[in-house]
Each structure stands twice: as structure tokens, then as C-alpha cells.
Design a protein around this ligand. Structure first.
Ligand SMILES: [Zn+2]
Length: 133
């Protein structure tokens, strides 16, 4: 049986800056050019002032675990070989919540983490790792 490739991001005009930075190992976050509210994932309009102009700002990738889950079922056959794997949502110090991979011991809610991009795969993957407070 042939295993299909993992689906790859399909950057749009809105998300292209994010993916280009990610491919270089840099995390950037979209900010409203009018009121500076950060937002992630990239969106057309600011949900605070409805402006459609944006600036991209670097984010450190540091934050705290908001939640996590362990995937035991592959919703796409290309991920079956990775099972089980852990996903975390992290409240970044940059003011947004991001989803990423997790490796190692079970995360805890509120745990300090640092994110970085894994660049070995066909598309950059955001990985969060624990750091000590
Ligand atoms: Zn705004």
C-alpha cells in the first residue's frame, strides 16, 4: 500500500509571510497596523478595529501551555507512522495562541515552553519544548 505524502501548507497572500519566515526558522505574528492587536493564524481583518492593514512582527516562541492532547488516530494516512503524538496549544508571550507539536514527557497546563521550527520536514513544523522557570 502506498502511503500518501503529508498535506503541505498552501500559502495564500495573507499567510505567505508567515510560511516564508517559518521556512527560515523564524516565528512572526501578524499585527494590526492601526491598533497593533496581534492575531494568529493570519486573517484579513482585525477583530478589534476591522482594519485590513497589517505589519508582521517577530515573536520569540516563548509562552505557556494552554492545553494539550495526544493523537491516537490518524485522520490522514500520512500521519499514521507518527502515532501517538502530542499536540499543544500555547499562549505565546506575543499575545496569541499557537498550535504545535510536543515531544517528551506529558506537558502540564501553564508550563513554560519555548517554540522553534523543525525544518527537516517538507514544511516547517512548530515544536514546543519545556523550559524551566
Ligand atoms: Zn486593529
Amino acid at each position: 500500500m502506498t502511503i500518501p505524502n503529508k498535506p503541505l501548507p498552501q500559502p495564500t497572500e495573507l499567510s505567505r509571510p508567515y510560511w516564508e519566515a517559518a521556512a527560515e526558522g523564524r516565528l512572526i505574528v501578524q499585527h494590526c497596523a492601526v491598533c497593533d492587536k496581534p492575531r494568529h493564524y493570519p486573517r484579513l481583518l482585525c477583530d478589534a478595529c476591522y482594519a485590513d492593514t497589517v505589519v508582521w512582527k517577530p515573536a520569540s516562541g516563548a509562552g505557556r501551555v494552554h492545553s494539550w492532547t495526544v493523537a491516537h488516530h490518524a485522520f490522514h494516512p500520512a500521519f499514521a507512522a507518527d502515532l501517538p503524538y502530542t499536540l499543544v496549544t500555547v499562549d505565546l508571550d506575543a499575545g496569541v495562541r499557537a498550535l504545535g507539536l510536543w515531544r517528551g514527557v506529558t506537558p502540564t497546563i501553564g508550563q513554560s515552553v519555548q517554540g522553534r521550527f523543525l525544518l527537516e520536514a517538507e514544511a516547517p513544523e512548530l515544536l514546543f519544548e519545556p523550559i524551566t522557570d
